[in-house]
Design a protein. Structure first.
Length: 185
């Protein structure tokens, strides 16, 4: 667990559903900083990598130099949450011990919503061109599955989901992420 008191939630705002994540974090009472450059990560206490297009997101992370910061942040224990494309990026950079298959459920036309179980209650899983976890290491905790396939996983300070919790009105997964890492004021 990250040792310092947490205050500002950084939301990677290079592309994708960053506004929805920011709205949810604010609704939970947290300060938000949109992250677009290495200068924006000063004093953030957690960071969310949104869904979007993973190839574009990867290129933008490299172009801005945020890819190096992200690797250092994970190693230092900063809480990181990646959804959909964010999960793909975390896997691609080796920041969580999973392998994913991109667009595994089909193109956007085949997007769907299905209830998944999270903390013994149903949660609206919104899957849009979602990745599928095809392998996970021993250090990875499975927090939720859909039809037997892991869709919400955690390894130490990194949380990742195949689906888009930010596109629902249910804030429990964001609350879990922020509360688990003691983001307080």
């Amino acid at each position: 667990m990250h040792s310092k008191k947490l205050r500002i939630v950084g939301i990677l705002a290079l592309q994708g559903s960053f506004a929805e994540h920011a709205k949810m974090a604010r609704e939970l009472g947290h300060h938000v900083r949109l992250v677009r450059s290495p200068e924006d990560v000063t004093d953030i206490s957690a960071c969310i990598l949104p869904g979007g297009e993973s190839t574009t997101l990867t290129k933008l992370l490299i172009a801005t130099g945020l890819n190096g910061w992200l690797k250092e942040a994970v190693q230092s224990g900063l809480p990181i949450f990646g959804t959909c494309a964010g999960m793909i990026v975390l896997a691609k950079f080796g920041l969580i011990d999973i392998e994913v298959e991109r667009n595994a459920y089909g193109p956007q036309l085949y997007s769907f919503e299905t209830p998944i179980e999270f903390q013994k209650k149903k949660f609206p899983g919104v899957f849009i061109r979602a990745p599928k976890i095809v392998r996970f290491g021993k250090a990875v905790d499975i927090l939720s599955k859909d039809r037997g396939i892991p869709v919400l996983v955690r390894q130490k300070n990194v949380l990742a989901s195949s689906f888009h919790p930010e596109l629902t009105t249910d804030n429990r997964i964001h609350k879990f992420f922020l509360d688990t890492h003691q983001i307080t004021y």
